[in-house]
Design a protein around this ligand. Structure first.
Ligand SMILES: CC(C)(COP(=O)(O)OP(=O)(O)OC[C@H]1O[C@@H](n2cnc3c(N)ncnc32)[C@H](O)[C@@H]1OP(=O)(O)O)[C@@H](O)C(=O)NCCC(=O)NCCS
Length: 349
């Protein structure tokens, strides 16, 4: 192909059958650079990428030239006709309030190293936003998770994205050392009688998310008998070390529930190596309390369960900005800054 330069013409379209190997090569570039920043390791076997290529080709045939396949969006960026970048999107709605918008999760955005700085990344993001708003027939909120060491933070901020949520990670759970929990705090699996206290913590979580600009989830709901009943029924189905997600809570010396979180452990799909990824989400804390002792109790407890389920690391998501009490509490529990979630509202053209 001709030398890559800003005079080459950039286009964005759906992937075509036969481009699977090129796209698998782009994914490999993406995963390898993420691995160099400490993310989950991918396979080095050529056969793993041949399988990815075959799956992408099969998917492109089903797409028939459309970027949308159900709620899955897939686009490639070409330079003078050659695919040199790609992005996927997953469109979903996390709630049922009319105030909760559709979300499009930006996934696996990558431009080949030799074609960076020529506008392909921006063209892919913009086209993904257009496709998402077309699919949902209205505004959608685009969301991407960016690892802390990734220089792409500037790329996203230039595209109008801002951080709305933060993630910290405990590496090597088997060697996890944090200050011993305060003896007055008691972490445990939630039970149905916690429903009312959990509903209060959920409301404080919902308010915090909205205050941070994280509009992916419902605003605080009215706490009524229907809500409490539904929560109690859900908790009734959970049992110690049972099916995911595991709802965990911590109480103080007076047995008052002070913080809660949901623990998920799930295996990563090939071509990632078969490791289990553990994530704490929905971190709800009593807004009037210092969260430090409660996270110091919850994190080792979650780490213990996650280890039982075969995970070796634990991500703590849903955090507030660095320097705030909740973020500091996560770091005090033995985690380190891991990633941030950036988002932008995309309006129909
Ligand atoms: C992030 C990435 C997709 C950007 O793609 P790209 O095609 O190089 O970006 P563009 O040329 O469209 O750049 C758009 C703007 O962002 C800026 N930008 C892009 N990458 C940047 C970087 N690493 N540091 C600072 N600014 C950057 C550009 O200078 C440009 O600014 P301008 O509008 O003022 O001219 C690409 O660097 C990449 O594939 N990185 C590795 C994979 C990755 O991190 N993906 C994102 C996962 S969340």
């Amino acid at each position: 192909m001709a030398a890559l330069s800003s005079t080459s013409s950039v286009a964005v379209r759906a992937p075509r059958p036969g481009e699977g190997a090129v796209i698998a090569g782009l994914w490999r570039e993406l995963w390898e650079v993420h691995e160099s920043w400490g993310s989950y390791p991918g396979s080095k076997e050529a056969s793993a990428y041949e399988q990815v290529a075959a799956r992408v080709d099969q998917d492109s045939r089903a797409r028939g030239g459309n970027v949308m396949l159900g709620r899955h969006l897939h686009l490639v960026a070409t330079l003078d006709g050659v695919p040199l970048g790609q992005v996927e999107g997953w469109v979903d709605r996390f709630g049922d309030s009319p105030m909760t918008p559709w979300t499009c999760e930006v996934r696996s955005l990558v431009v080949s190293e030799r074609a960076r700085g020529l506008g392909l990344g921006r063209a892919l993001l913009d086209a993904l936003g257009d496709a998402a708003t077309t699919l949902v027939r209205g505004p959608s909120v685009l969301v991407a998770e960016v690892l802390e060491p990734n220089p792409a933070h500037t790329f996203y901020s230039k595209a109008g994205y801002s951080p709305v949520s933060w993630v910290a990670r405990v590496d090597e759970l088997d060697r996890h050392v944090s200050t011993p929990p305060d003896a007055s705090t008691r972490p445990r699996v939630a039970h149905p009688s916690d429903a009312y206290a959990l509903a209060l913590l959920d409301a404080s979580l919902a308010a915090r998310r909205r205050a941070q600009g994280d509009v992916r989830f419902d605003p605080p709901r009215a706490i009524d008998a229907t809500l409490i009943g539904a929560l109690a029924a859900r908790l009734d189905g959970a049992w110690a070390y049972g099916p995911m997600p595991q709802e965990l809570v911590v109480t103080d010396a007076t047995n008052t529930l002070r913080a809660s979180t949901s623990l998920y452990v799930a295996p990563l799909d090939p071509p990632f190596l078969p490791v289990r990824r553990a994530i704490l989400t929905r971190v709800g804390v009593d807004a009037a309390a210092d969260p430090t002792p409660y996270l110091r109790a919850l994190v080792p407890f979650a780490a213990h369960i996650a280890t039982t389920w075969g995970a070796r690391t634990l991500e703590i998501s849903d955090l507030s900005a660095p320097g705030t009490p909740l973020h500091r509490a996560a770091l005090a529990s033995g985690a380190r800054p891991w990633s941030r979630v950036v988002s932008k509202r995309h309006l129909p053209a």
